[in-house]
Design a protein around this ligand. Structure first.
Ligand code: ATP
Ligand code: MG
Length: 541
């Protein structure tokens, strides 16, 4: 049966092929163009579909792939995996992961608002005249087939959706980076357009909100806050605010400030720009660094209190005139000596006002979707202007380990899910003494393959007891010192009173004391008058 069909089809195919070859060889090029136009018209009368082509390279010979093509490739990858029989694998993230797309001449179907479209991937040989230095001699493209009645829907709405979705997938799956600013002086050439302001490495910090030990309610609040921020582009535009948010993380060393920044970056899939303020030459360079950051990023300034002399700068300026007058010659000499000692070592000239502008000046709005995070161990040292709401919108205190935080660490480090016989004791000890999550974590970590959960928890209990004992001794020591100081002050007071009483009882001494006081007062008046004359005081005239 099958053989019969082929026997009948054979001559027909041969005839078509022959006619096509004759047409190609003997019809002049111009005539072919005319024929094509007319055949297209006839076909379009019966054929209700239309096509849109998206080339991989928009400009001939140019190396970069077209952005719409890449976005479509990413968008189609999810449907390709389920529909296409032959797939093509492209490596991304420096070969660490793969994007699967349909192979040439495969077709996949997509549906948008109830209407179907069809995508195919193809390639055609590049024209011989084109000289391409960078890529293979073939032009890849995606072809979108759609019904003509859906023209408006697809061109106005569907294509935008595909491109946005494709871009979002690329962002989600991109290799995130941790950047640090290059030192201005050392790498001076970059400032004249020769290089970049930031150097980056792949961001691989494993901290997440799951591994972060803190009060669960507080954790949830922060996660909600971050999520709301990342989805609020339109809201920020509506209220006329730049799409950025400031976080101030403060607390003792080892309470998880840096870990939280990493968790935030992993949660939102953002890049991290770790800004070393002391390497920034001046306010202009600070602004350039800001311009050179991308959106979907966290700009971090760690230990802001140590970064610059930002704390008292305002007061210094306010009282500058007064100080200038009062500065004694001795002070001036001291200052000069200090400057000489510092030698030629160039210090950062970034000022508090420069930093304030960096955070919420006009330039801070460019790019959007950025978090600015400051960390400090001493929040009280910071200038209030630096951390006011609007600059640092959310203040988060990270403190000593509570029992809830401990449970997270016990789960992470020892895989203890809910409870353990040692937990009540640990709970009591944590309420009685302060220990940072970093110290707790160190005690919980097994030091050899023989150490099980019991051994690690016992070690923690011992450490907590020792810490409690030390804190008690320290408190006693402080109380004792305070008591001694109080007794000393009382003793001094008693001696003073006794001496005064003694003087008052002795008439000779009393007269002597009165004379001395009168002489002192008279001296004071004379000195004032003399001083006024010397200064040319005109008030008496
Ligand atoms: N809240 C926490 N949850 C989980 N691990 C923590 C937490 N706090 C500290 N750690 C552990 O302790 C180590 C030090 O923490 P981290 O660097 O985040 O502290 P920090 O608050 O930034 O300290 P510093 O003020 O000294 O910079 C981390 O590697 C982490 O393993
Ligand atoms: Mg830190």
């Amino acid at each position: 049966m099958m053989q019969d069909v082929w026997t009948q089809l054979g001559p027909t195919i041969a005839a078509i092929m022959f006619s096509y070859t004759m047409y190609q060889n003997y019809f002049p090029h111009e005539l072919r163009g005319h024929i094509r136009r007319y055949t297209d018209k006839i076909v379009s009368y019966f054929y209700p579909y239309m096509h849109i082509i998206f080339h991989e390279h928009e400009t001939d010979g140019w190396f970069e792939r077209s952005k719409p093509y890449v976005a479509i490739e990413r968008y189609l990858s999810k449907n390709s995996c389920t529909q296409a029989k032959r797939l093509k694998a492209n490596s991304v993230k420096n070969g660490e992961s793969l994007v699967l797309t349909m192979d040439d001449h495969e077709e996949i179907t997509d549906e948008y608002k109830g209407e179907k479209v069809w995508w195919t991937s193809s390639q055609k040989a590049a024209s011989r005249q084109t000289i391409s230095l960078y890529r293979e001699d073939e032009k890849r493209y995606f072809k979108l087939k759609l019904h003509r009645k859906n023209r408006d829907l697809i061109t106005n709405s569907y294509l935008k959706y595909v491109l946005d979705e494709g871009k979002a997938i690329s962002v989600r799956e991109r290799q995130r980076k941790l950047y640090t600013n290059n030192k201005g002086e050392a790498g001076g050439w970059y400032r004249y357009g020769g290089g970049r302001m930031w150097s980056g490495v792949v961001f691989e910090h494993p901290s997440t909100f799951d591994t972060l030990a803190m009060d669960p309610n507080k954790k949830k609040e922060i996660m909600d806050d971050l999520e709301t921020f990342s989805k609020s582009k339109d809201y920020y535009a509506k209220i006329g605010k730049a799409w950025k948010r400031g976080y101030l993380l403060y607390g003792p060393p080892g309470t998880g400030k840096s870990s939280m920044i990493a968790a935030m970056a992993n949660f939102l899939q953002y890049d991290v720009y770790d800004l070393e303020l002391t390497s920034v030459k001046d306010n202009t360079e600070l602004r350039k660094l800001l311009i050179d950051t991308t959106s979907k990023s966290i700009i971090v300034i760690e230990d802001i209190d140590c970064s610059l002399e930002l704390t008292g700068q305002r007061e210094k300026n306010k009282t500058k005139d007064k100080e200038d007058k009062e500065k004694s010659e001795e002070d001036a000499v001291k200052e000069k000596l200090k400057k000489e000692l510092e030698g030629k070592e160039k210090k950062s000239e970034v000022t508090l006002s420069g930093l304030l502008n960096f955070i919420d000046g006009l330039w801070s709005a460019i790019g959007g979707e950025r978090l600015i995070v400051f960390t400090t161990n001493y929040v009280e040292k910071l200038d209030p202007a630096l951390i006011r709401r609007g600059r640092m919108d959310k203040h988060i205190v990270l403190s000593y380990c509570c029992f809830e935080s401990f449970k997270v660490l016990a789960h992470n480090y020892l895989n203890i899910i809910e409870s353990h016989v040692y937990f009540p004791e640990i709970r009591r000890l944590l309420e009685e003494t302060n220990m940072t999550p970093a110290d707790i974590a160190e005690n919980l970590m097994p030091k050899s393959s023989k150490e099980n959960a019991d051994i690690c928890l016992e070690r923690l209990i011992k450490a907590l007891e020792t810490a409690k004992e030390e804190a008690k001794l320290k408190a006693e020591e402080e109380d004792r010192a305070k008591e001694e100081a109080k007794l000393k002050a009382e003793e001094e007071e008693r001696t003073k009173v006794a001496e005064k009483e003694k003087e008052e009882k002795d008439p000779e001494k009393k007269k002597e004391l009165k004379d001395t006081e009168e002489a002192k007062n008279a001296d004071g008046v004379n000195n004032k008058e003399n001083g006024a004359k010397e200064n040319g005081d005109v008030s008496k005239d």
